[in-house]
Ligand binder design. Structure first.
Ligand SMILES: Cc1cc2nc3c(=O)[nH]c(=O)nc-3n(C[C@H](O)[C@H](O)[C@H](O)COP(=O)(O)O)c2cc1C
Ligand code: SF4
Length: 489
């Protein structure tokens, strides 16, 4: 792995310079020389066969799930939530993989996360309505627009009442994360006897999602939240820990219970397909104004707590179990898979590569392009091994900035992924890909520079949003407050 000091993407002026730099870093990224504009664009060719709720998404880019920490404290919508969904409608993406919504109040990642409960039904219906209206206005039809809701229990990272206080529910005791996030004692462990109630919450949330107009639900298995943590519960005794069969029992039981309730909604999964050990700022560099460079926490090997990783070597991906997990999904009739990695709480650089780290993070341990390339490479590998009929959405494209559309086009044309998922770039510049495939020059002032304010703001108890580049957020009083909080450290 290269130790070159990261170059700013904006300093790379041509595709050739971008390619040469990727070569210097020792990575391979698909990248087109030019954009194919208009109806022949690979990004405009729908995936041939896979339907969700009877529809095929009309193109090959998706909006990634991105919550805003901006619902009501009852888990209902607000004008900011509606604005975000309206902007996603403007993006032109035909698959909107809607944000994390808690299956119960206790499972919220923050007191302002949306909650899928009956009292919020009318508001949740508005999300689809607003999305469709703006999409119809800009793109003439919504017949090929597909919308999902992501069902979550935040598990170890639950903060349902107080933004500053974790109220964790965990699958197992973790030697590093327990210390890092203050879990003491076994009372936080979700006991086997509590699982039927958890499954019941998933069933009722799936029912609300269907009534609110979601085409599909995602049973979220990523980023260290509860169902993802169960996948690495090798040390948990009993029917939900140990073997992979036991660690996936919860997924099978949730799907069975949703079906037994008579709910036919399509089910998808977002998966952290690999994980690393937690990272921390290098303690030898701490003390200055800048965040120290990240390094892995010292761990005892074998380390059994990372799903999709070797138990013996740091940073080594092992796809044996993820491939088996996807086979299980296929058997359960889950065909749409959104692949991501790691966790924003303990190894953000592998999850959302950024030039500037969030306030509670660490400076990138190497060029973030290496982390982008890793996610793309893994999606390609997993897709090649997956049962036929499965469809993949890839993640972590925003760091590519000016080169995002060129990489997206090549990734789809060369079969690295089925759809390209757009996260942060969709906050700063929702129309980025649409502009590229319609032959417009990208608006450089809107390009996400991975400044991480949308992650830092919630870490400081504020709603998320693109404060640096979106005038709507820049004008809010929270923008000044965020600046101050960042200055004060
Ligand atoms: C503000 C913010 C909120 C996010 N919320 C979610 C979420 O609700 N569910 C989820 O699975 N991922 C969430 N993510 C992760 C993104 O979906 C995406 O994987 C990540 O940002 C990397 O993609 P990108 O490089 O295109 O930004 C969030 C990311 C950001 C920046
Ligand atoms: S705050 Fe804006 S520029 Fe910064 S990472 Fe988020 S979307 Fe990108």
């Amino acid at each position: 792995m290269s130790n070159l000091a990261p170059k700013r993407i904006a300093s790379l002026k041509t595709i050739q310079e971008f390619r040469t730099y990727a070569q210097e870093l020792g990575i391979t990224l698909p990248c087109s020389d030019t954009m194919i504009v208009g109806e022949k664009s690979p990004l405009l060719q729908p995936v041939a066969s896979a339907r969700i709720n009877g529809r095929i998404p009309g193109n090959r880019w998706a909006i990634q799930p991105m919550e805003g920490w901006d619902g009501t404290t009852e888990g209902g919508i607000t004008p900011d939530v509606l604005r975000r969904w309206g902007r996603f409608g403007e993006s032109g993406a035909k698959l909107v993989w809607g944000e994390a919504m808690a299956i119960c109040a206790e499972g919220r990642a923050n007191p302002n996360q949306l909650v899928l409960r009956r009292e919020n039904l009318e508001g949740l219906r508005q999300l689809r309505k607003v999305l469709e209206e703006s999409h119809q206005r800009h793109f003439r039809t919504v017949d090929d627009l597909v919308v999902g809701f992501q069902l979550t229990h935040s598990g170890r990272f639950s903060r349902p009442v107080d933004k500053t206080r974790l109220q964790p529910r965990i699958a197992y005791r973790h030697p590093i994360l327990d210390v890092k996030f203050g879990v003491s004692g076994d009372s936080a462990i979700l006991r086997d006897e509590e699982i039927p109630a958890l499954i019941h919450d998933y069933v009722q949330a799936a029912g609300v999602a269907r009534e609110a107009g979601a085409d599909f639900i995602d049973l979220k298995h990523c980023h260290g939240y509860l169902l993802h943590e169960f996948l690495s519960a090798r040390t948990r005794p009993g029917p939900y820990g140990g073997s992979l069969c036991n660690r996936t029992r919860l997924l099978r039981e949730i799907v069975a219970a949703i079906r037994a309730s008579g709910n036919p909604i399509d089910i998808a999964v977002r998966l952290s397909v690999f994980d690393f050990v937690p990272y921390r700022p290098n303690p030898d560099q701490a003390g200055g104004k800048l965040l120290a460079v990240g390094q892995p926490e010292p761990v005892v090997w074998p380390y059994p707590f990372a799903f999709g990783a070797s138990q013996h070597h740091e940073g080594e991906i092992d796809l044996t179990e993820p491939n088996e997990f996807l086979r299980i999904c296929h058997e359960l009739g889950i065909h749409w898979i959104n692949l991501t990695a790691g966790s924003p709480y303990y190894n953000p650089h592998i999850q959302r590569p950024a030039a500037y780290p969030p306030s509670d993070g660490y400076a990138p341990p190497h060029d973030p392009l290496i982390d982008v390339a890793r996610q793309l490479r893994v999606v390609r590998k997993v897709k090649a091994m997956a049962p036929s009929g499965m469809v993949f959405v890839g993640s972590a494209y925003s760091y590519l900035q000016e080169f995002l559309p060129f990489v997206a086009q090549a990734a789809v044309a060369e079969g690295w992924t089925d759809l390209v998922g757009i996260g942060r770039m969709a906050l700063s510049y929702p129309r980025c890909i649409a502009d590229a495939v319609e032959g417009r020059t990208l608006e450089s002032k809107l390009i996400c520079r991975t400044l991480s304010d949308c992650t830092t703001a919630p870490r400081k108890g504020l709603p998320s949003g693109c404060y640096p580049l979106d005038p709507y957020y820049a004008a809010k009083p929270e923008a000044a407050l965020l600046k101050k909080l960042k200055r004060d450290g």
